[in-house]
Design a protein around this ligand. Structure first.
Ligand SMILES: NC(=O)N[C@@H](CC(=O)O)C(=O)O
Ligand SMILES: [Zn+2]
Ligand SMILES: [Zn+2]
Length: 379
């Protein structure tokens, strides 16, 4: 049960006059406020969990986003179409009244996923992608793939036949590879050979964190290879993990990288390239699972994601390109219609709650207690 208010609170109506970066026809600036009206965004990478956590977080995502690609790394993972259909039902049941949020389901790829499961998934009309977790790479990836080329070739072929995208957590897991190099080594040893072998397979490299990944995605055919980018990898570098002491709420996988990588990702997404789109990777864990001797990876960012993305585009002088990133590139890549409704982002300061409290515990959001701008609300 929810104890504190969910939605961003407006702090003040102090006029914000700095109009740097304005240029798009959608932006209304006046002497009292600046407003940006954009097509309702979608979240192409989201963890909603299940049970109490699902009920706790689904109001946030459904408030901000029209649709979301729902990650299947539950315990046990969503490995079949039947499980995806059931999980979808529990998400719909947990939605606030009158919400028109649409969950787009995914299957968790394992060594034993069969090609016929991919057919079933396509026929279901509710499964939109298959997720590759290299076994051991991240939260709940124990049942993931141990040998993609040895075990999954028939499934990958069927995915090409069914035009079913493969979403990848792009990190190798070998303990002799440095944790900061795992994405680059994955590109060289898995992703690049995979794309060469299956040039017609749609692949989304999820939550990219390095210049190597941004460059790689830009070098591929834009019809078949794209990437999602999280808020945290656009505004934080690896210093944020250690600033003033260990910061568990900034810990996610792939781990934050050096500043040069952050800058390269910002340049890529604000360039206007169609290959990059919004995927928050919002990954809630109860506070006690983050603030403990072996804290979980994952940042809960749904409540702040749009404000953070808007800030990044504004600072890059690219507010006119924000809407394509949040609302066009994703559906275009997936071959789905763009949303028709709108939301507004107001350049108004608002304070991020220090936590969201429930009877069973609490969740600490990204930028807890800090003041952000670009307050989102449905039109
Ligand atoms: N990003 C994370 O750090 N954690 C995600 C898993 C994932 O997306 O890798 C989670 O499920 O908690
Ligand atoms: Zn991941
Ligand atoms: Zn994720």
């Amino acid at each position: 049960m929810l104890k504190t208010s969910f939605f961003p609170r407006k702090l003040s109506s102090v006029p914000i006059l700095n109009a740097r970066g304005v240029g798009a026809i959608h932006i209304k600036a006046s002497t009292t406020k600046m407003e940006l009206a954009i097509t309702r965004p979608d979240d192409w990478h989201l963890h909603l969990r299940d049970g109490e956590l699902l009920e706790a977080v689904v109001p946030h995502s459904s408030y901000h986003f029209g649709r979301a690609i729902i990650m299947p790394n539950l315990k046990p993972p969503i490995t079949t179409t039947a499980a995806a259909v059931a999980y979808r039902q529990s998400i719909l049941k947990a939605l606030p009244k009158n919400s028109d949020f649409t969950p787009l389901m995914t299957l968790y790829l394992t060594d034993t996923t069969s090609p016929s499961e991919i057919k079933l998934a396509r026929e279901s009309g509710v499964v939109f992608a298959v997720k590759l977790y290299p076994a051991g790479a991240t939260t709940n990836s124990q049942d993931g793939v141990t040998d993609l080329f040895g075990k999954c070739l028939p499934v990958l072929e069927e995915m090409v036949n069914q035009n079913m995208p493969l979403l990848v957590h792009g990190e190798v897991t070998s303990p002799d590879v440095d944790v900061f190099d795992r994405e680059k080594v994955f590109i060289d040893t898995v992703l690049s050979p995979l794309i060469q072998k299956f040039p017609q397979l749609k692949v989304v490299m999820e939550h990219i964190t390095t210049k190597d990944a941004a460059d790689f995605v830009q070098s591929c055919d834009e019809r078949f290879v794209a990437a999602t980018v999280t808020p945290q990898h656009l505004v934080l570098n690896r210093n944020s993990l250690f600033q003033g002491g260990l910061q568990p709420h900034n810990y996610c996988l792939p781990v934050l990288k050096r500043e040069i990588h952050r800058q390269a990702i910002v340049s890529a997404v604000t360039s206007g390239s169609k290959r990059f789109f919004l995927g928050t990777d919002s990954a809630p864990h109860e506070r006690s699972k983050k603030e403990c001797p072996c804290g979980c990876a994952g940042i809960y960012n749904s409540p702040v994601a749009l404000s953070v993305y808007a800030k990044v585009f504004e600072e890059a002088g690219a507010l006119d390109k924000l809407e394509a990133f949040t609302s066009f590139n994703g559906p275009d890549f997936y071959g789905l219609p763009r949303n028709t409704s709108k939301i507004t982002l107001r350049k108004t300061p608002w304070k991020v709650p220090t936590s969201f409290s429930f009877t069973w515990g609490d969740i600490v959001p990204m930028f807890a207690g800090e003041t952000l701008e670009w307050l989102p609300s449905p039109l």
